[in-house]
Design a protein around this ligand. Sequence first.
Ligand code: UDP
Length: 265
Amino acid sequence: AAGFLGSHLSDYLLDGGFSVVGMDNLLTGDLANIQHLTGRDFVFVKHDVTNYINLPGPIDLIFHFASPASPIDYLRVPIQTLKVGSLGTHNTLGLAKAKQARFLLASTSEVYGDPLVHPQREDYWGNVNPVGPRGVYDEAKRFAEAMTMAYHRVHGVQTRIVRIFNTYGPRIRIDDGRAVPAFMSQALRNEDVTVFGDGSQTRSLCYVSDLIDGIFRLMLSDTSDPVNIGNPQELTISQLAEQIIALTGSRSRVVYRPLPVDDPR
Ligand code: UDP
């Protein structure tokens, strides 16, 4: 709940009249993201969902968003990333089963790996390197999807899977290393804007409020198959850099740096 998306999801649910219990182990989350919720119908529990979750009382909806999600974060904490995607998904699904709650898994466009099919439809199985540095995130989320479908098929849990594409907006960490906050902070300081590779790789960018609205609607739907939420218009990373430089009126120049290993094209 104290991460970028979890905090916006909490806002959305509280505005919709829900009582919210927010969990976070604060590995990549930050209490500053949920400080404004003091006094609302919100309880914060500091907990790592890779451990058994004990919550009294009824629960209607469970949104499992716990995970490092930025490449620099999951490269720094690869084992925690694998554990929260596997053990954390198992525990949150177990809670959903026990409470007869609906469950939504935050999955990722990274399940497609470095895709060989464009654009990526949900029925494409992807092109993932399990043993590369990004494998810890991609495979954890692929396992999480498999576990979610197993709980759906075996235990009849009402499950939803959203595959989230690159999302941006307020509260994204300025130093989380991703293209939008990196380019914005570089442009605002008139520093070099660092494009990795030749900048021809594309991303599908979604504004956070659109994403959260889509996620809530998916939760209310009856779709247990995975659903992509992103943007039908892809941008190259070079276009993104140029747009941010233009919008900020910056004097920054674009500089090219090596493409990280297994960076999706
Ligand atoms: N990227 C870049 N410069 C940066 C940060 C990221 O060129 O300072 C590139 C990165 O290599 C990738 C794309 O921008 O090709 C999007 O990266 P991001 O980390 O935002 O998300 P990803 O989709 O790779 O998880």
